[in-house]
Design a protein around this ligand. Sequence first.
Ligand SMILES: CC(C)(COP(=O)(O)OP(=O)(O)OC[C@H]1O[C@@H](n2cnc3c(N)ncnc32)[C@H](O)[C@@H]1OP(=O)(O)O)[C@@H](O)C(=O)NCCC(=O)NCCS
Length: 162
Amino acid sequence: MKIEVLQAHHQKKSFNCGQDDLNKFIKQYASQHQKSGTSKTYVAIDDDLQVRGFYCLSSTSIGFDVVDTVLTKRLPRYPLPCVVVGRFAVDQTVQGRGIGKVLLAHALKQVSTVAQIIGVNFVVIHAKDKKAMEFYQRFGFISLTSNPLTLIYPVSEIPSFN
Ligand SMILES: CC(C)(COP(=O)(O)OP(=O)(O)OC[C@H]1O[C@@H](n2cnc3c(N)ncnc32)[C@H](O)[C@@H]1OP(=O)(O)O)[C@@H](O)C(=O)NCCC(=O)NCCS
């Protein structure tokens, strides 16, 4: 399994993670959003170029006041720069085999690279439901007290992947 930026030759027609909106996103919108510069999609592909999982990244910001104070020490009282993992899914046929874990680690690594060039305080994820929230929490994402389905990960805590 390799992870690459989404390209035209990647096969995504049969992708099915069990959630229609995410299936529709990868099949119909991901390339369009990438071309327009709205989001960048990274896909986990097998040897046949079939997309087995994906996530996408965009820039965003989060209000200082919605983040728990323990995480905003020494940060300015402005909207805080973030990268949002906008969509995240693994094909049902290969769920539970560690692809989600690898994709999430890859996303954090990408953000840590970006953070060497521009200011980024947090990685943000809006979980679809409690199940997804628990998945992200397992990997160190912290639910906001004000909205537990929004989770953040301090860029300063991203492990070194070297
Ligand atoms: C959530 C999802 C991306 C997880 O991907 P996956 O490839 O099945 O997950 P992995 O196999 O990498 O799991 C890694 C670890 O997380 C655990 N895990 C998986 N789903 C979990 C969940 N919902 N809650 C808590 N832990 C979970 C696994 O048991 C595994 O633990 P281990 O490392 O101790 O073995 C996948 O189930 C999916 O695409 N679901 C449908 C779409 C969706 O809900 N996306 C999230 C939108 S916000």
